[in-house]
Design a protein around this ligand. Sequence first.
Ligand code: MF3
Ligand code: CO
Length: 249
Amino acid sequence: MIVLKTGYELKIMREACRISAGALQTAGKAVEPGVSTAEIDKLAEDYIRSQGGEPNFKNYEGYPATACISINNEVIHGIPTAKRILKRGDIVSIDLGAKFDGYHGDNAATFACGDISPQAKRLIDTTRESLYEGINAAVSGGRIGDIGNAVQSYVEARGYSVVRQFVGHGVGTQLHEAPEVPNFGTAGRGIRLMPGMTLAIEPMVNAGGSGVRILPDGWTVLTSDGSLSAHFEHTVVITADGPKIMTLL
Ligand code: MF3
Ligand code: CO
């Protein structure tokens, strides 16, 4: 069931999203050579709690941390640890969210650790831009396939591929709600987009093929071919005046 949010609900959810955005900014600023992923996770958790929120990934289906921190060929769901130390040249995808007063925010971005290669920078830029292509396609009266088609065509025109095994999602009183929001598809297909829908749009883009595999830890998702991967996500609300990004400071 797709839940359309009222104006009152959206005000509360905006706070959850603001906290999520602040935590992501805080975590991203900490990305530098020599820092462990556990240290970044702690900064994010402390920020969320300081704002009266709760880390909504923690304990979600048993997930053990506030953030997912995925490096280089890791696509998503990397588990922070004190042993994983960032190096210059790494690309670091951080995904996290906050729950506030019963509502969820969810966002992600890929950060450069020191100087990175031009190839890595182009992948990150393309992934961020593909998120905005998807957001711009999220208009009332359109269809869910318009979003995926916008992301996919932007990404593939630049020689990269979108991950298909994981998708974006509705978000609200649950971290994951209907509908699924694929980063691929056909314009004009799928459910109709309506004002009050709140969606987490989150392209995962691989420099090589679209295939992924999961590590024996049961969480970490890697590219099958070892290529780099980047990930950007915003929580967005569809309104009569177009899509509005909720995960902004
Ligand atoms: N960040 C994921 C998403 O965007 C959810 C993470 S699953 C968790 O949908 F277990 F890590 F929380
Ligand atoms: Co999400």
